[in-house]
Design a protein around this ligand. Structure first.
Ligand code: FAD
Length: 483
């Protein structure tokens, strides 16, 4: 049987369910990747996440070549052109089955259904596997049959149903003789004439994405081997995760998010490592491993939410009444937030971390999101979009979930009047100001006492808002909605 694996955000050869199943089921195998730059742009994907994706793809191309599996790179502007393109390809290569790993945001689901329908006309089956998540989204429901809306009951149900499973990673495909090559040049020539495809770029720059979007993601080594190495290195730090995870000056978290998002590392590989450390259990025993597993369930929760409540993919708040929050339209405040010039050091240092490195520590994501949506009362969707543009780990489900959580428009179990005080957060989680000093060199000379709320300085702006008054304004705005 001739199989084709359609790669998306699953750019690894080990523990790739679609690749594994294709390898098991087919004698001849090829892989295809389809870039859709206009759809990516309409989803808000920025240079950093696109660069990480494409550089990881290049690494994967070499890994597949070692197994004699060719990877074909195609480009069409938008998702809606994909079904026809794949149909032509499948026909030309005489492919008998298409394999891919499922993706869950609405546009991705629609694209995948359209592909299935297009290939049905050729009688070619399409198999979408569960791979991005541990279990299929939609498979866990409350007693009344709805998808979970709150994390803790979701976690409880997940552990009750799946706590004994090992989620063991799958092996890489075996090396094989490859039978597609002969038809390929002919097809590619035809497709190029029709302006359908481009060949795989040698560098990300060739593809038209500035490498690392102004050089920022260059510090992230793309691809599966780099991701696996990071995971291995994290093993030694895992026991200390719970104690260190909230302090941005410490390298206390895994920093695996860019790899999990483009699929260079799988969630099962992470779970395996943590379960081994934790004696096969999701809770109890090692504090570090249990706490990390808890975060991996958060990841799972938000991926499931997108399937259970697809309205979140349509720019809608999870809580409909919050559509009526009287958001501020201050462009000046929004720009100061984006540029890290709010005059609140922990917020500005966090935004500098994002703008300079394409990544931000989780504690700070919560702090800056709360500051934007509560203290500045700016619509969470603007912050969500800015994060998508900047983050090297930009992921719709986690980002949307995180923003709606912080803005009290989402699934947070805590009430809307919980507003983070950035100064208290700063004193608690960056007590000595080490993180602030790293990203705001103009404040380096200040003492640990002054650095959180500096005296007037020529080199640093005054705070753009009073956190006490703005907190009151936010609480009133939400209270008026009669939540
Ligand atoms: P670790 O602490 O080592 O956790 C391991 C993995 O668990 C992470 O890589 C991630 O895949 C997952 N994870 C951890 N915390 C969360 C969480 N709260 N929600 C969902 N998954 C989680 N994460 C993204 O991957 N992409 C995003 O675009 C994104 N946007 C966010 C926006 C906001 C406003 C907030 C509050 C959080 C956002 N997160 C996002 C979640 C979280 O901040 C990052 O996953 C985490 O900081 C990544 O660092 P790490 O890999 O060192 O995490």
């Amino acid at each position: 049987k001739r199989g084709l694996v359609w790669l998306r955000n699953d750019l690894r050869v080990h523990d790739n369910t679609a690749l594994y199943r294709a390898d098991r089921g087919c004698e001849a195998l090829a892989a295809v990747y389809i870039a859709c730059p206009e759809t990516w742009a309409s989803h808000g994907d920025g240079d950093n996440v696109v660069a990480m994706r494409l550089r990881s793809l290049q690494v994967m191309q070499d890994a597949l070549a070692k197994k004699h599996i060719s990877l074909y790179f195609l480009e069409v502007p938008t998702f809606d052109r994909v079904p026809e393109l794949l149909k032509q390809l499948v026909e030309k290569l005489e492919v008998e089955a298409l394999f891919a790993n499922a993706e869950y945001p609405v546009n991705e689901l629609e694209r995948d259904q359209a592909v299935r329908a297009a290939l049905r006309t050729l009688r070619v089956p399409v198999e979408y596997s569960t791979d991005r998540t541990l279990i299929p989204p939609g498979s866990l429901a409350t007693n009344s049959g709805d998808g979970f809306k709150v994390f803790t009951p979701f976690k409880r149900a997940f552990i009750a149903r799946h706590g004994d499973e090992s989620f063991a990673p799958l092996p890489a495909p075996s090396a094989r003789p490859q039978a597609h090559r002969d038809q390929w040049p002919e097809w590619i020539a035809l497709a190029s004439e029709n302006n359908l495809v481009r060949s795989i770029p040698k560098t990300v720059g060739d593809y038209g994405v500035a490498p690392g979007g102004r050089g920022r993601v260059l510090q992230w080594h793309a691809g599966e081997p780099a991701g696996r190495k990071l995971l291995q290195d994290f093993e030694a730090r895992l026991p200390d995760y719970e104690a260190c995870r909230d302090f941005p000056a410490i390298n206390g978290t895994s920093r695996l998010s860019p790899y999990l998002n483009c699929g260079a590392v799988s969630v099962r590989q992470c779970v395996q490592l943590a379960l081994e450390e934790n004696g096969g259990r999701w809770v109890g025993r090692g504090e570090g491993a249990s706490s990390w597993l808890n975060e991996l369930i958060w990841r799972e929760f938000y991926q499931h939410l997108v399937v259970n409540y697809p309205k979140v993919c349509r720019n809608k708040p999870f809580k409909p009444e919050t559509e009526r929050v009287p958001w501020s339209r201050s462009e000046k405040d929004f720009k100061a937030w984006c540029d890290g010039e709010t005059g609140v050091p922990i917020v500005d240092a966090a935004m500098a971390q994002l703008n300079q490195t394409g990544w931000m520590h989780n504690r700070l994501r919560m702090v800056v999101a709360s500051f934007l949506t509560k203290n500045l009362l700016i619509d969470w969707r603007r912050g969500e979009r800015y994060f998508m543009q900047q983050l090297v780990d930009a992921d719709f489900a986690a980002n949307n979930g995180g923003w709606q959580w912080a803005a009290s428009t989402g699934t947070d179990a805590a009430p809307y009047f919980r507003v983070f005080n950035p100064y208290s957060q700063s004193k608690r989680f960056d007590a000595e100001g080490k993180f602030i000093r790293r990203f705001l060199p103009q404040l380096r000379g200040l003492s640990a006492k002054d650095i959180h709320c500096p005296p007037p300085l020529e080199s640093y702006p005054l705070p753009i808002c009073n956190v006490t008054e703005s907190r009151k304004r936010a609480i009133e705005a939400f209270a008026n909605l009669k939540l």
